[in-house]
Design a protein around this ligand. Structure first.
Ligand code: ATP
Ligand code: MG
Length: 429
């Protein structure tokens, strides 16, 4: 999405505080920009300089070096075209709700008559209709924060700077306020710079998320590309969900412990299948390589079976061995088996003829030739086979889970597919 104008431009911005114990670098050479109408979140660990950044942008703190611009002009002091929301509501207890909302109007002498109706309308927008004449202490924490947001909007600023505005609220109220803020933003389309500790909150609200490092704060990452593509081309959510939704799904899945439980189960299936399959592969491969008769009888079947797409047997295996662990292990073992079989055979047979001759000339027994020459020679092949077998076992287990299972990541993906929960599926991947 091409942005015509930049609402906020920050170039190599640094801030060092002078303290009694020396200089504290709070912000170091931070560079980013926010487009007009964009909602950008900043997340980072405590003390990384997020509030410092916001204060500089609000014009109440001078930077040490670098430059910060609002709509192309350098920030020299506080400006009237921005609204700031702090972590606490900061309401004056001697003013009514409406009077608190109108504080910027009074301070900037914008004309009370004209703005009173604006204040009342905005209060209705945040769901505080009928509370205009109440005092702050008659409101809950969430309501007070809504008053603070209304106050930041009343003089119709072009942009909002918000420093963890919902940090002090309980989880339920917070989620509600997130929805509220999103609704306001959709209706008013202000440029918003939103600081938060909460990654789910950031990805839920923002177009773009800027991640800051621990002190001194520096910009680490900007996770906006996928999101921007999804939004710009209006890709339907059931084809490619925006990362914010995937992150939310991931967060929910991990927080609830569901993913971990199913992951453990899938890993167990994979591991058991891998062990069974590769052991069988190794021993059969050895037998085929070392014994002419075994080779004669088995080799044609091996070639025939190898050309079969093994995962296609998964439905049969599930029918034969049930929905439980056994069918998944067998399916995983089946696909893990062949890489080991083939690599063991090739490895054992690839022993250099001169070396075999040398061993024979020393009157070495077949067993000695096997243990002292063929097996060490085959080891790199076997290792490569194990590597592939591990991946194959995982594929085998998940495919079998697709077909029919009560637990496991594959089952989870499959059930999400039935529910059209594409974000969930991406989050598992
Ligand atoms: N006025 C000040 N004088 C000296 N050091 C300060 C001052 N304000 C902040 N700092 C230091 O600068 C660093 C960044 O502070 P800042 O308040 O910007 O962090 P923050 O990212 O907002 O943290 P939090 O998430 O906890 O609010 C901190 O290490 C802090 O100790
Ligand atoms: Mg802070």
């Amino acid at each position: 999405m091409a942005v015509a104008t930049e609402a906020i431009t920050v170039r190599h911005l640094s801030k060092t505080y002078a303290t009694r114990d020396g200089a504290v670098a709070a912000l170091e050479r931070t560079t980013f920009s926010v487009g007009e109408g964009e909602f950008v979140a900043v997340v980072g660990p405590s003390g990384c300089g997020k509030s410092t950044l916001l204060k500089i942008l609000a014009g109440i703190l001078a930077s040490s070096s670098g430059e910060a611009l609002l709509r192309g002009t350098l920030i020299a002091g506080p400006r009237r075209d921005i609204g700031v929301v702090f972590q606490s509501p900061v309401l004056f207890p001697w003013r009514t709700v409406l009077d608190n909302v109108l504080l910027p109007v009074d301070v900037q002498r914008l004309g009370r008559q004209r703005h009173e109706q604006v204040g009342v309308d905005l209060l209705a927008l945040v769901g505080l209709e009928g509370f205009e004449r109440k005092y702050p202490w008659e409101l809950s924490g969430g309501m007070q924060q809504r008053v603070a947001i209304t106050r930041a909007l009343v003089h119709d600023p072009a942009m909002l700077l918000m420093d963890e505005p919902f940090g002090a609220l309980d989880a339920m109220t917070r989620e509600h306020m997130n929805l509220e803020l999103q609704r306001i933003w959709l209706e008013r389309r202000k440029t918003v710079l939103f600081i938060t500790h909460s990654i789910p909150e950031a990805v839920f609200l923002a177009d773009r998320v800027l991640v800051m490092t621990a002190r001194p704060g520096r910009l680490l990452d900007d996770i906006g590309v996928w999101e921007a593509v999804v939004r710009a081309f209006a890709i339907p959510i059931f084809i490619l969900p925006p990362p914010s939704q995937v992150a939310m799904a991931l967060y929910r899945g991990i927080a609830s412990g569901v993913y971990l439980e199913h992951l453990q189960y899938t890993l167990l299936e994979t591991l058991l299948g891998f062990i069974v399959g590769s052991l069988l592969g190794f021993f059969l491969g050895t037998a085929v390589a070392m014994n002419r008769w075994v080779e004669f009888f088995l080799y044609p079947y091996i070639v025939m079976f190898q050309s079969l797409p093994k995962v296609a047997l998964a439905p049969l295996i599930v029918v034969w061995f049930g929905l439980g662990l056994t069918s998944k292990v067998i399916n995983a073992a089946l696909v893990a088996f062949f890489p080991l079989l083939v690599n063991t055979m090739v490895g054992l047979k690839s022993a250099d003829e001169d070396r075999v001759s040398l061993m024979r000339s020393l009157a070495a027994s077949d067993a000695q030739i096997f243990w002292m020459l063929r097996l060490p020679n085959a080891l790199p092949f076997v290792m490569a086979g194990l590597d592939v077998a591990m991946i194959f076992a995982l594929i085998g287990a998940i495919v079998a889970e697709f077909v029919g299972a009560q637990r496991g990541l594959g089952m989870l993906i499959q059930s999400m597919n039935f529910n059209m929960d594409v974000s969930g599926q991406f989050s598992i991947l």
